[in-house]
Design a protein around this ligand. Structure first.
Ligand code: HC0
Ligand code: SF4
Length: 554
């Protein structure tokens, strides 16, 4: 379709959702504070105004493109309107930018700078200041611009709907029901509201101070790095597809005082191996099927809240974070003659729910601190060390080697793919068929060499999980094993990843993760020599293996 933009004839896609997206695709980014391509259109902020056919000024997010239409995106009138909107938003906005969590990544701050706003004319109105620090997700209403992005993401993308608008006029707030704290709500701490909040109204708890306290104590500080962190942190450090990033992080952490640095992808190999065997046992006995993956803590909380009758279907294998943590505190410490109490274990995760997971009763005393990709990037930047110039050093042994399978955990489908590769290597597979059932659900039919057949589902995001869980619950959908990752694209899109954290960035991260996986020489967790050694020496019987299992209670 051809339209005219600022006096130039341009070609846009025929199926463009709206003018805002059509123009974005040809390189014109219309300012906006409430538009998300992942959710329904809200049209509240009024920043995305454009002039149509020399007459009307309308919001481009609600405007359907039409052949031959004449659009102006940048007239003096539009400029003044946008400036006025910004001034009105800023009138009630907490403007402590220098000490704000989103300093440098806030959309409102960016526009205030670009539109040259230096004075706010209307400052008599004060908003209620409510700060909720009850959970890893921090909510600060004084920074909220009522764009509703979090409300729509939580409801439409995650299918939870734990936050919504309440009260009227200047008292309007986004809050959980009855103005409760998030910790008392059904929030699963996935952090997708944080990922899409344009300001710092929703952030996550920053725990860096605890790290520096540990580093200045007598503790032995051990770090472990999750698969998705090595990919997304590059965005913060102006790197592109650095395949040695994980090893550079290892060097950096050692330079910062860490005694050892391990790879969570090793834990992922171990988990895939153990989970495949757990599944095969359940399949042979036809009990507690379907088996659900349990490495995503937001998904585990979701099952506990909404489907307690399926809690026993969750794999009892701990997540890689907790399984590796348990190995370090219980097996590694003993072998090295260390007192587990003297170890301070820090995991670097792309995820806000991992902070919650480490604090769960079942996992007490294992992982001492969870820091996100964002917090790691703050550490690196504050150190003044140019990470591009430091030499990559391998992770420490024995938990430093991983296969393609283990590293693939970082995006949706990775856990299931690894479990399948263990089944392939250990039992043998004679036939595999894959199909996309609905949008967001991948189905597999696998026949093992021993004649057993498996139906599997990989579910992308919690809103899709809700649809499938209803069908599983009613018996309409029969399946033996199910992988769920709460966030779209999996951990690479976790709530602790850098901003912007939208579909475009997630696609890019998925590509870099694939490249990073591709250079690994070990294909399957079965080929991981250190995993095999661990099974021979330390995890040889069921009793010994209980340290990497847990029980979620219905
Ligand atoms: Fe993930 Fe994990 S893959 S949940 O996304 O399973 O957070 O990256 O570390 O534990 O390995 C997150 C990422 C992990 C765990 C692993 C799993
Ligand atoms: Fe909703 Fe997830 Fe945000 Fe909680 S963390 S409010 S569940 S989007």
């Amino acid at each position: 379709m051809r339209i005219y933009v600022n006096g130039r004839e341009v070609e846009i896609k025929d199926n463009s959702k709206n003018v805002l997206e059509a123009l974005k695709n040809i390189g014109i980014e219309i300012p906006n504070l409430c538009y998300l391509s992942e959710t329904s259109v809200y049209g509240a902020c009024r920043m995305c105004l454009v002039e149509v056919d020399g007459k009307d000024i309308v919001t481009s997010c609600t405007l359907k493109p039409r052949e031959g239409m004449k659009i102006k995106t940048n007239t003096p009138e539009i400029y003044e309107l946008r400036r006025g909107i910004l001034e009105l938003i800023l009138a009630t906005h907490n403007r402590d930018c220098t000490i704000c969590d989103r300093n440098g990544s806030c959309k409102l701050q960016k526009y205030a700078e670009e539109f040259g706003i230096r004075d706010i004319r209307f400052t008599k109105i004060k908003k209620d200041n409510v700060v909720d620090k009850s959970s890893p997700i921090v909510r600060d209403n004084s920074k909220c611009i009522l764009c509703g992005d979090c409300v729509r993401v939580c409801e439409e993308v995650q299918g939870i709907g734990v936050i919504d608008f309440a009260y009227r006029g200047f008292s309007t707030q986004v809050t959980p029901a009855f103005s409760n704290e998030l910790a008392k709500s059904e929030c699963v701490y996935c952090g997708q509201c944080v990922a899409h909040c344009p300001t710092a109204a929703l952030t996550f708890r920053n725990d860096l101070e605890k790290l520096y306290q540990a580093l200045s104590s007598d503790k032995i500080v051990i770090g472990m790095v999750a698969p998705a962190v090595r990919v997304a942190i590059q965005e913060e450090l102006s790197l592109e597809s650095d395949l040695a990033m994980a090893e550079r992080i290892a060097t950096f952490l050692r330079m910062s005082g860490f005694n050892k640095v391990f790879d969570v992808a090793f834990g992922a190999d171990l988990v895939a191996y153990e989970e495949a065997h757990e599944f095969y046992k359940r399949l042979s006995r036809q009990e507690k099927l379907p088996q659900f993956t349990s490495c995503c803590p937001a998904w585990v909380k979701y099952v506990e809240q909404y489907y307690p009758k399926f809690v026993e279907n969750l794999s009892t294998v701990k997540s890689p974070q907790q399984a590796l943590g348990s190995l370090i505190k219980k097996i590694y410490a003993k072998k090295m003659g260390l007192n587990p109490q003297d170890i301070f274990l820090v995991s670097f995760m792309p995820c806000t729910a991992k902070k919650f997971e480490a604090e769960r009763e079942e996992h007490a005393g294992v992982v001492d601190l969870v820091l996100t990709t964002k917090e790691l990037s703050q550490m690196i930047k504050a150190s003044g060390i140019n990470i591009k110039q430091i030499s990559p050093e391998p992770f420490d042994r024995p938990f430093g080697i991983s296969s393609q399978g283990g590293l693939s955990f970082g995006k949706t489908g990775g856990v299931f793919g690894s479990v399948v590769s263990v089944l392939r290597d250990e039992i043998g597979i004679s036939r595999e068929e894959y199909d996309n059932l609905l949008e967001g659900v991948k189905i597999a039919k696998i026949t093992l060499k021993d004649g057993k057949s498996i139906r599997a589902a990989v579910i992308f995001g919690l809103a899709n999980a809700r649809k499938i869980m209803k069908k599983i619950s009613s018996g309409e959908f029969n399946v033996d094993i199910v992988e769920v990752m709460a966030c779209n694209y999996g951990c690479i899109g976790g709530g602790g990843q850098p901003y912007p954290n939208d579909s475009r960035m997630r696609q890019k991260r998925a590509h870099i993760l694939r490249e990073t996986v591709g250079i690994k020489t070990l294909l399957s967790p079965v080929e991981n020599f250190y995993v095999q050694k661990l099974y021979q020496e330390d995890l040889s019987d069921e009793h010994a293996r209980h340290i990497i299992h847990t029980n979620y209670k219905p």
